[in-house]
Design a binder for this molecule. Sequence first.
Ligand SMILES: Nc1nc2c(c(=O)[nH]1)N[C@H]1C(S)=C(S)[C@@H](COP(=O)(O)OP(=O)(O)OC[C@H]3O[C@@H](n4cnc5c(=O)[nH]c(N)nc54)[C@H](O)[C@@H]3O)O[C@H]1N2
Ligand SMILES: Nc1nc2c(c(=O)[nH]1)N[C@H]1C(S)=C(S)[C@@H](COP(=O)(O)OP(=O)(O)OC[C@H]3O[C@@H](n4cnc5c(=O)[nH]c(N)nc54)[C@H](O)[C@@H]3O)O[C@H]1N2
Ligand code: SF4
Ligand SMILES: [Mo]
Length: 889
Amino acid sequence: MAVQMSVTRRGFVKGAAVAGAAGVLAGAGFGSWSGLVEDAQAAESVKDDAVSVIPSACRQCYGRCTINGYVKNGVLERIEPIDGFYSEGTVCSKAYSIFDQIYSPLRIVYPMKQVGERGKGQWKRITWDEAWDTIVSEFEDARQNYGGKTLMYNNGTARDQFNIHCLQKLFHDMGSVGGFGVGSICKMGGDFVQKAVVGNPCTWSNWDSTKSNAIIFWGHGLFADGAYTASMVERAKERGAKFIVIDPRYTAASRIADVWVPLRPGTDIAIALCLIRGLLEANGMDEDFVREWTDSGFLVNPDTGRLLKESDVREGGSAMKYFVWDKTSSSLQSWDAEALQWSAEGVVPEIFGTYEAFGLSCQTGLQALADIAKEWTIAKTSEVTWVEPDTLQQLIDTYIECSPGVSISRGQKPDNNNNASGLSQAMNIIMALAGNYEVEGGNWIKATQPFMPYALFHAATPFPPEKVHMLENLDELAFNGPTAKIYGQEWGYPYSAVKILRTFEPFEPRVIWNANSNPVMMLTASKDVQEVLNRIHFHVSADFFLNATTEIADIFLPALMPNEVDRVEFPTNNPGYPANQTVVCRQPFVDPPGECMDEVDMIFELAKRLKVDMHWKDKYDFYDFQLKPAGVKWKEFKESVHRVVIEKVSYGKHKTGGLRMDKRPGFQTSTGKVNIFCDELEAFGNGPLPFYIEQVNSPLTEPALYGEGKGEYPIILITGGRVHQYFHTEYRESERMRVIHPYPMVDINPATAERFGLKEGDWVSIESRYGSCRQVCHITNEVREEMIHAEHGWWYPELSRDEGMHGSWVSNINMVFPPPDEIPYDPATGALPYHMLVKISKSDMPEGIVRSSEEFELFSPRFDESGAASFIDPDNVAAESAARNGGGE
Ligand SMILES: Nc1nc2c(c(=O)[nH]1)N[C@H]1C(S)=C(S)[C@@H](COP(=O)(O)OP(=O)(O)OC[C@H]3O[C@@H](n4cnc5c(=O)[nH]c(N)nc54)[C@H](O)[C@@H]3O)O[C@H]1N2
Ligand SMILES: Nc1nc2c(c(=O)[nH]1)N[C@H]1C(S)=C(S)[C@@H](COP(=O)(O)OP(=O)(O)OC[C@H]3O[C@@H](n4cnc5c(=O)[nH]c(N)nc54)[C@H](O)[C@@H]3O)O[C@H]1N2
Ligand code: SF4
Ligand SMILES: [Mo]
């Protein structure tokens, strides 16, 4: 699958022709991808002696595929994949946006400040010294006169783990509780739940396709990671493994699934509960594991609804002693979660039933779960989820047949649910009941993450007094609502960030540092989010481009791009192959343009100026520390090693002490066992056991709007299925990506298209009671009649700031949602659904956006005669950006 591609204009034009022949609007799937591969193969390779070949990694998505950069006279000419660990010599189309991004004429390469009213586009170039002086004075003012908690930061999704964690370290040490970003939208909620239930996150990436008997992709797609994921799954299938996909759409993953579960969006917990019921009724459990390693047999106190503890029944009793009914001695016995010991030898807990204890009639935790699950018969689940009964039965049978040795790989959609915590808990329960944790082919659990900057920072640097104060006074601070307690102020909780900025209650945030993120586009109700974000006194954004978020900053800092910096890199998302923790070297292909700076260096510089101790001298000092387990130093790693295995995955660690910080057998949880019945989740909201909640804005919660598919808003909209050319809002200024995938596409079933008079390629208005946007109709059987799927992250860099913030309100699907602080969220994780009831109608092509392949040339890199690239003039951005807009009629 190795592909090569010239980055010359010639290669590009060929690409355009290929993509054109395939039909520019023919779908965002493999079709368009293969267009690029053909282009790559057709392109000439530029090899000569003056070319240096630099091994590095791609960071255009989470994949971190290993690539070589071919550089001539200081200019990147070509990239090609290297046969690295997980990437197996593959790259995807986004890798070819590297060149377009680095040399984009729209790139900002000097620090700028906004003169005049913020958001009006009056930018002026400033020196780094002026930038630092202003930033430091504003930060000091906020810290000293308003308190560290009034400092906010935003880091978006995990583009660059290291700069995100440096940022968090700096802000937390200053006493900030203010993550703005995407945490509760993406992964953090699921992680929190897994920490409470099994002790550590494990269903995103800790799976091994080479061993699994069955792999479940739960709301997870094949375009969200590298091309290698598809190969991994294919090979697993060839080996005889079953592939199960739980997804409303017939995606590239669904297409190769043995069992495809096409559920009604947002009904995942019903599927999970039905699977739990099936497991229990068919005795599909691993009983030994369940009795010994889970809290299934712990008795539940009917008065408190929580696990019965010694402190409930005896003055001065321990809150860490739980009770079970022992099958061997037919007596009440206890489990001491501090000593990790039973009260007697050979205790075998009953896991089902109701038992008398201290005058109370107590169910076991598993019995309580069984009572919830029993209502989720095949018939009822089918009625609620719209999945055929046979498919549900097949799901249960396959899961039982293949266990132990089944792994779950989950995507982000399970986190976008009013009961995301319940769903995550249910997934973990399914895994635990069937004995699928810590066995080959299942999901493994890590006690520590030996090379994650986050873990290293926290292990090496004690909490400063401000942070300890914050942790002890969360209710008083209340900024992030219950979720603050959950994450210990990591990442962000959009609903509470928006709320505090809207109300300035319980305090007024004063400054924000935004990097790696475009929250205006990515949160619901983008225009409102922009207005609210603009209430902050002082805003610094570090980015490459001006967009709806960076346009409202006071100061713009020009960041270096992924292939212009040194990093120890690792894939964050989903490499279930091979089961090793590997790191690769990401090093620059080219020198920094203008005065761009590595954002990590920016953070260390800011820390120095604000007198915050970052513990390490600089990034290289940190890298040496990070690489210690591999026995190499950064210099050697960069010069000759390039890729190393840091940790080999092992199984059965709960038996050997490998899962707990104190190295005793068991799990790193409150009970020392897997918390099937989870008191902690009860304390945060939706718990202690998973239960079904019908989602907000669904056909059942809004029957009048939906009207059984005949109401005013008769269609279920789902959003944000990943596409191969874009990473969220990124690469819309890449000529290569836009030629292949020029406009956002909304997938519509043929019958629905006919009903609303729509043809392939028509522009469609998608409208909810909150707002609307326009995308291009793609007619496909991949979605059922009742629903449509729209792409997310669309803006138009070809439009100027005056044209709706570079077209941010035109095709951006988040325009159809209410503001995040108005959407009911999961109380434990702060998660919000990205589903909505909408209507659709034929519309027109938006004014001013690029209309033909030739017009995409406005994005082409420009080099002068000396070979230097030219970038937008920082003193003239508004005029240059307006002049660019020649595309409309
Ligand atoms: N409707 C809908 N909305 C969604 C989703 C969905 O599925 N549907 N998905 C959600 C999810 S899962 C997530 S994670 C969020 C993502 O939301 P965000 O992480 O906010 O994503 P972007 O908007 O793409 O922000 C990326 C910005 O960071 C800049 N950038 C990239 N690399 C760097 C770097 O190294 N340094 C600096 N300083 N800047 C950099 C880019 O130029 C760009 O402007 O969106 C969420 N929004
Ligand atoms: N190319 C590309 N790759 C990316 C990103 C990107 O923007 N572009 N974003 C990155 C980020 S931040 C993230 S979080 C990951 C996300 O990674 P994934 O979550 O794996 O993303 P998708 O491939 O969109 O797969 C999600 C699937 O969930 C389905 N779905 C929608 N609603 C529901 C539902 O209610 N229940 C279930 N079970 N399924 C549902 C969608 O149809 C879709 O196919 O991708 C990462 N990788
Ligand atoms: S999968 Fe991600 S890391 Fe790999 S080549 Fe594509 S964009 Fe780059
Ligand atoms: Mo995400």
